[in-house]
Design a protein around this ligand. Structure first.
Ligand SMILES: Nc1ncnc2c1ncn2[C@@H]1O[C@H](COP(=O)(O)OP(=O)(O)OP(=O)(O)O)[C@@H](O)[C@H]1O
Ligand SMILES: [Mg+2]
Length: 477
């Protein structure tokens, strides 16, 4: 990574001079402006990574400058400098998208720490861009995305069994990608030019399901006015995907077993034996083995179906796949419905429209959630966030409350109880830090992780609130 670029916007000449001098020695390339309009012009010209912005500027005020910066370059981290005691303005600035604030007078070490943290956070954003490229090349298999060891095992297994005739049983919680795997198996097999037919065994009552699967002759039952071809026949030469196979009634289980044994069946109300060449892939989000032990699922059918078991792990057991999946879905939504005010994807121009991006804090929140609805839930959350976010960047505000709540509560391992009368921002932050230190037994690295702060950022705040020597506070409030 090249030298980071910092733009300082402050009307006080001495301040610009002192900051440039101190920060240049930190290896930053520095540009300075004495007013809002001058700052905005430099922003467009120099495309800095970071901006240090004085809130009190003559003419175009700091907040307006901030809003303009965020509208033009949403990923630039803007750090606000504000006078001591004007916490309301600082809060307003954070709401307008500022990365952080420092109160004047400040010492330079504090400024360096905030900048270091902002840069670290930006490298996370860049990491995300890097992941996107990885995704396109290595971690995607037939549209199935994943880099975790568990998913790579699944990929291996798919590759090994796809081209055989073996029946496959795919198990996994709802939304883990069972149908996606079933399709991959079909399209990697010699049957790829044949049909892929899916039937949900849960959707229909028994008679209708039987007719759906095996078809019926005219007059087979009331309402059977014409002959009907069933799914088994339609799938001839291809793959039949029996979804939610755990829901099959005992009668249909028997019939299915017969087809699997004999590769032939009769239509309802018919006598002709129909031979089919069909590969069966079954899926269920139930524990079939348990259903079998409890007598709800036939043992012989279970063994017929479970020739090759593929188990999809829940998303919470492979959180390292989340950033990759996020990129995958953002790319997908950018293609179908690009953000109007969006950005070109890093490392290349978008063919048309912009490309959705995610703020590091939002990604952190997604990483902390337990995803009971697995990948499908993640996809839905992102789709909604893409609709809600402005400027093509998904921030925490675009995420559902339950995800943010999980992060503050269970996710981080400690809960925040805000007193009825509320706290101001600094009090709240102090309170959180003390809570985290208490939780971590005074271990600062661990506390920083709980707070989603870098260690530097925590140290800076410990200093700021005079908590520095208190490695282990004995009375945390
Ligand atoms: N590893 C993955 N990579 C990319 N997309 C995925 C992945 N897993 C699931 N998806 C997407 O998530 C959604 C749900 O997947 P799918 O329908 O295959 O799940 P399922 O296990 O069949 O769920 P259910 O049990 O609820 O039917 C789909 O839009 C699918 O494309
Ligand atoms: Mg499904």
């Amino acid at each position: 990574m090249g030298m980071a670029r910092l733009l300082i916007i402050d009307d006080e000449k001495n301040m610009r001079w002192a900051l440039s001098r101190a920060l240049r020695s930190e290896g930053l390339e520095i540009f300075t402006a004495g007013s809002g309009p001058e700052g905005l012009a430099l922003l467009r010209e120099e495309k800095p990574d970071l901006v240090l912005l004085d809130l009190k500027l003559p003419g175009l005020d700091g907040l307006s400058v901030l809003r303009q910066i965020k509208a033009e370059m949403p990923l630039v981290a803007v750090i606000i400098m504000t006078a001591y005691g004007s916490i309301e303005t600082a809060v307003e600035a954070i709401k307008a998208g500022a990365y952080d604030y420092i109160t004047k007078p400040f010492d330079l070490e504090a400024v360096k720490l905030v900048l270091a943290r902002a840069l670290e956070n930006q490298s996370l954003t860049k990491e995300v861009a890097y992941l996107r490229r990885e995704l396109e090349t290595r971690y995607s298999f037939q549209n199935i995305v994943g880099k975790s060891a568990k998913m790579r095992q699944v990929f291996d297994l798919i590759e090994r069994v796809a081209d055989s005739q073996a029946t496959v049983l795919i198990q996994g919680e709802s939304g883990t990608g069972k149908e996606l795997v079933a399709r991959a198996l079909h399209y990697l097999s010699g049957r790829r030019t044949g049909p892929f037919i899916a039937v949900s065994c849960a959707a229909l009552p028994e008679t209708l399901l039987e007719s759906e699967l095996f078809g019926h002759e005219k007059g087979a039952f009331t309402g059977a006015l014409t002959r009907r071809i069933g799914r088994f026949e339609m799938a001839n030469g291809g793959t039949l995907f029996l979804d939610e196979v755990g829901e099959l009634t005992p009668a249909v289980q028997v019939k299915l077993l017969r087809v699997l044994q004999e590769r032939s069946f009769e239509r309802l109300g018919g006598t002709e034996r129909i031979m089919v060449d069909v590969r069966i892939i079954a899926a269920t989000n139930r524990n079939l083995e348990q259903a079998m032990r409890e007598g709800r699922f036939r043992q012989d059918l279970y063994y017929r179906l479970n020739v090759v078991p593929i188990t999809l792990p829940p998303l919470r057991e492979r959180k390292e796949d989340i950033p990759l999946l996020v990129q995958h879905f953002l790319a997908k939504f950018s293609r179908t419905n690009p953000p109007s005010n969006g950005l070109a994807p890093p490392g290349g121009a978008a063919p048309s429209g912009g490309h959705f991006q995610i703020a590091p804090a939002a990604l952190a929140a997604l990483m902390n959630y337990s995803w009971p609805g697995n990948v499908r839930e993640l996809e839905n959350v992102l789709e909604r966030a893409c609709l809600l976010c402005s400027g093509g960047v998904i921030t925490r505000e675009c995420l559902p409350a339950e995800i943010l709540a999980a992060e503050e509560g269970g996710g981080s391992g400690f809960t925040l109880d805000i007193p009825e009368e509320g706290l101001d921002l600094e009090e709240l932050e102090k309170h959180l830090i003390l809570k985290a230190l208490e939780k971590s037994g005074g271990n600062q690295s661990q506390a920083a992780r709980l707070l989603h702060l870098s260690r530097y950022a925590l140290l800076y705040r410990l200093e700021k609130y005079g908590l520095k020597k208190t490695e282990k506070p004995d009375s945390p409030m």
